[in-house]
Design a protein around this ligand. Structure first.
Ligand code: FHN
Length: 428
């Protein structure tokens, strides 16, 4: 493989993701869109067996519904996501206030969403889609035009490649995997690679090791020194990529020694499942983002386009509402470029994040008139200013016990969360 020279000053032995210029955008942006889209989307979550019974699942439908490979391949042959509109997807992300997108280039079913040259199990060669189209290229140019970063999810685990499961043939698979990743990096210049399927606890045939992950990681850095990778490039929960990836959960406090990103679904599934209308509310989703930012993490919120490539309307609606909260009265300052405070404990009445000399207290339980919100200090600091974003409402600040009492003079500014901006000065 041809490797580019490492970027000036990039020494991966000492490069610290917490401070590296390479990860700067990722640490600032905080909020991204995950997209699960692949051959499984064609089934829209339902598989009708020969005996008439219906089995339901989303991106795991092949395995969990035990669909014979030939039948799954037949379904993929009909896959024609002709309504996939990269500009509309990017607009939905932009409207949500999401600043990066991570789309499945290949999920566990092994189906590549770009015209890979390593096999024909891909959207160009095995589908009913317009052969001139390349949705990853379309997404890349729409994202570039909108100033949004694009990354690719890539599953190491592969249900389709016959060489994957046998240790004797695994090196052949691995060679193709390296070649596919090189295609992705060279053709689309992704800002990050999001690996998955590296585990072997529940998959004994997957012998992927931490060392395999390290080798892959350094190969990728040779291809693009600026590339960011998640931790699933090696063994999960061993921090060998740039950041940890709690899934469907939010750590209940800042995580020591690790950048992290919580990935979560909007309903109960990653891939499109037509029967799942159990959508989380915009209030819950926005508050999740605030909790995550205050604990120093990122939020990767998933959409699963349908078989035609359309993002479900309930997803678009919810994303728009989160974005509208972020755009209102500069409330987005509580998220973008903000992180764990290091100064206060997380209060029961909301979330607090910090950006430089500002604390953003996002209040989800507004106090009754005249009642204070207590902030417990865990390091000494003084407060020189306080106001509610949007209303400009006066907030009285008084030293009290182990911290400060903040007493607003009126009602909440926002039903989802009202943000009190405090100007603070740590006491050395
Ligand atoms: O099995 C996958 C699942 O389908 C989905 O892609 C999630 C997203 O983080 N990751 C895996 C499970 O850890």
């Amino acid at each position: 493989p041809t490797a580019r020279e490492p970027g000036p000053g990039t020494d991966y032995a000492t490069d610290d993701p917490f401070t590296s210029a390479r990860t700067d955008w990722w640490r600032q942006d905080r909020f991204g869109m995950f997209i699960h889209f692949g051959a499984y989307s064609q089934l829209e979550g339902e598989y009708r067996r020969a005996d008439g019974t219906v089995c339901r699942d989303a991106e795991w439908i092949k395995r969990n519904c035990q669909i014979p490979m030939s039948e799954y391949e037949d379904a993929a042959q009909d896959f024609n996501p002709s309504s996939f509109d990269a500009k509309a997807v990017v607009k939905a992300a932009k409207d949500a206030g999401q600043r990066y997108i991570v789309i499945t280039s290949k999920h566990h079913d092994g189906y590549a969403m770009w015209p890979t040259k390593q096999n024909t199990w891909n959207l160009r060669d095995h589908s009913s889609f317009d052969q001139r189209r390349d949705i990853l290229a379309e997404l890349k140019s729409a994202a570039d035009a909108a100033g949004i970063k694009l990354g690719f999810y890539y599953s190491i685990w592969d249900w389709h490649d016959p060489d994957f499961a046998d240790p004797a043939t695994f090196p052949r698979y691995e060679k193709r995997m390296y070649a596919q990743l090189k295609e992705l990096v060279d053709s689309y210049h992704p800002a990050l690679l999001w690996f998955d399927g590296e585990w072997d606890a529940d998959n004994p045939t997957n012998r992927w090791s931490a060392q395999d992950g390290e080798r892959l990681q350094s190969y990728l850095h040779g291809l693009d020194p600026d590339l960011i990778t998640n931790n699933r490039v090696g063994k999960r929960r061993v921090v060998d990529g740039d950041y940890g990836t709690p899934e469907q959960e939010i750590p209940d406090a800042p995580v020591d020694g690790q950048l992290w990103e919580s990935c979560m679904t909007l309903n109960g599934h990653w891939g499109f499942a037509k029967y799942d209308q159990d959508w989380k509310s915009p209030t819950t989703l926005t508050r999740n983002l605030l909790d995550i930012a205050g604990r120093g993490g990122n939020y990767l919120l998933n959409v699963g386009p349908d078989k035609l490539g359309r993002v479900p309307q309930p997803s678009v609606d919810r994303l728009r509402e989160i974005g509208s909260w972020l755009r209102t009265s500069g409330q987005g300052r509580a998220v973008y470029g903000a992180g764990a405070t290091g100064l206060v404990d997380e209060p029961s009445w909301g979330a607090v994040s910090r950006s430089g000399d500002r604390l953003y207290a996002s209040v989800t339980s507004w106090p009754a008139a005249g009642q204070p919100l207590h902030l417990t200090a865990k390091a000494p600091f003084t407060v020189t200013g306080a106001r509610v974003l949007g209303s400009g409402q006066r907030v009285e600040v008084a030293k009290a016990g182990d911290g400060f009492d903040l007493t607003p003079s009126g009602g909440p500014a926002d039903d989802i969360a009202s943000v009190i901006e405090l100007t603070v000065k740590p006491v050395p």
